[in-house]
Ligand binder design. Structure first.
Ligand code: FAD
Length: 472
């Protein structure tokens, strides 16, 4: 019987464990946290199910992923209308954008600026773009200065903590799905398609008891199919020098070893490079060290009121606000319970160990309520509880030139016998949960009966992963 050891119990690791166990593989999952779900988990906050920042299952999910999740959640997978707002130049604009709302609410200076940018683009010289491409030049070329300066650039500075000129063009291709004003306008038109097609425009899927219900359901099904899941267990070494791979992990009962045929790793690929006992070439080590992650502090406020607003999420591109997004999870599932309580989750991007990362709960809570007041959304109800979660690996940081560095590391990892790295952290991508699950299903398809990996098939799958576009 083939043995596979899966590192990490986020959606990718759990989906792999389920597919493996169902196909008769002996599978063990090692997860450092005491809970599953990784960055896509949920927890109970004063009776409200809250997520790690705003999480939705996007209609762009591939059919086999959606079928799997639907099969596990049944009627608990709700179809919900998207109902958010963006704070743009002191005004609220509905998000996703709606033509009439946009027309009535857009700041006249913004509308005039976009108009001028459109005219400029139509002029022959308007399309000239000779500069070395970066996130900044690609977006400015496609969307014009106004949309960039008022929306994308400040938002990018806040999310990634660097200037738009320092961000790789890949970020623009992967993250900004409407890359030109023309495409943006087309999407606004009746029948215009979001990435999921006209019938799914403006909706999302959401599990009744929080986004983490997806991971809980994957866990339950994987265990039922025979998988073993070790929580609170941190992988400390991956030995590849012996006859077969050996995973060393530590938990409260000591240090343990598992001999296995394959290691399916969904932990950060930069960490993987530090854990394997194979000699890492200096260039690969330097590449791994140069790749950074952006971290995030999540600040939760429990309020003594039924609803804070009717909106699911509020987006704040402006620098005046310390957060990028505030979500009210109760509005994602449209649950009325618990009565008299709701919660807000503020997403505050930061770097590991900077002042935001280290700030006390009180300081962070004050920042959030001050920011909301500035946006005209003062908290008037009593704050019953404050809780802070810190995510070290929130987003891979796509600085200019990271592609070459990642490629060096990736080629080396690809050449390791007995290890397959995938998932959002494993392939250093911004991918959504549906992408992570898709990768897991692909990884399992590439496992041969003798326990080896069909690398050609895997490389074909990697080409498909390259086409993933991140949904917000
Ligand atoms: C703020 C925010 C909002 C998001 N919103 C959405 C959204 O709306 N929709 C959507 O589809 N996606 C969203 N995502 C992305 C989603 O969270 C990821 O796609 C998903 O979590 C990726 O799953 P994964 O299993 O690949 O990685 P992860 O969830 O990161 O799981 C990796 C796991 O590995 C474990 N691990 C790491 N090191 C070790 C070790 N040494 N030993 C053992 N275990 C280890 C970690 O603890 C973790 O559980 C969002 C992400 C963020 C940060």
């Amino acid at each position: 019987m083939t043995d596979v050891t899966v590192l990490g119990a986020g959606p990718a690791g759990l989906a792999a464990a389920l597919e493996l166990a169902e196909s008769g593989v002996n599978v063990t999952v090692i997860e450092q946290q005491e809970h599953v779900g990784g960055n896509a988990t949920s927890f109970d906050f004063g009776g409200v199910h809250v997520d790690y920042g705003s999480h939705r299952l996007h209609p762009a999910s591939p059919p086999q992923v959606l079928e799997r999740i639907r099969g596990l959640l049944g009627d608990d997978l709700l179809t919900r209308p998207r109902h958010g707002r963006i704070r743009l130049m002191g005004r609220w604009i509905h998000f996703p954008l709606r033509p009439l709302d946009l027309l009535l609410r857009m700041h006249p200076r913004f509308a005039t600026g976009v108009g001028i940018d459109l005219v400029r683009k139509a002029l022959p010289a308007g399309n000239a773009n000779s500069a070395e491409p970066t996130f900044a030049t690609i977006l400015e070329h496609g969307l014009g200065k106004t949309i960039c300066n008022e929306f994308y650039f400040p938002y990018a500075r806040k999310i990634w903590g660097i200037e738009p000129e320092q961000i790789s063009p890949i970020q623009a291709y992967k993250r900004v799905s409407a890359g030109s004003i023309g495409k943006m306008l087309k999407r606004l038109m009746p029948g215009g398609t979001g990435s999921g097609g006209a019938s799914t425009k403006g909706i999302f899927y959401y599990p009744r008891y929080g986004f983490g219900q997806i991971s809980q359901a994957l866990l339950a099904a994987a265990v039922k199919a025979g998988a073993t899941v070790q929580l609170g267990s941190s992988v400390s070494k991956i030995q590849l020098s012996g006859d077969s791979p050996r995973v060393v992990y530590t938990n409260s009962s000591g240090t343990h070893e598992i001999d296995t045929n394959q290691v399916y790793s969904t932990i950060p690929v930069t960490l993987l490079a530090r854990l394997v006992d194979t000699k890492v070439p200096a260039a690969v080590q330097a590449a791994a060290e140069s790749l950074e992650f952006r971290s995030m502090v999540l600040v939760y406020l429990l309020l003594e009121q039924d609803r804070f607003t009717e909106y699911d999420a509020h987006y704040f591109p402006g620098q005046d606000y310390p957060f990028t997004r505030i979500s009210e999870t109760k509005n994602y599932s449209d649950r009325s319970e618990p009565a008299g309580r709701t919660s807000l989750c503020a997403e505050v991007p930061c770097f590991l160990d900077d002042t935001t990362w280290k700030a006390s709960d009180e300081v962070l809570a004050r920042k959030i309520s001050d920011g909301l007041e500035l946006a005209g959304l003062p908290i008037t109800a009593d704050i019953l509880k404050v809780q802070v979660k810190r995510i070290p690996f929130a987003y891979p940081l796509f600085t200019v030139g990271y592609e070459q560095q990642f490629s060096k590391l990736d080629r080396w990892v690809d050449g390791l016998d007995g290890v397959l790295s995938f998932g959002r952290q494993g392939l250093y991508v911004h991918d959504n949960t549906h992408h992570a699950i898709f990768m897991a299903q692909a990884a399992v398809e590439c496992l041969r009966d003798d326990g080896s990996i069909d690398k050609d098939a895997w490389h074909r799958q990697r080409k498909i992963f390259e086409t993933h576009v991140v949904e917000d």
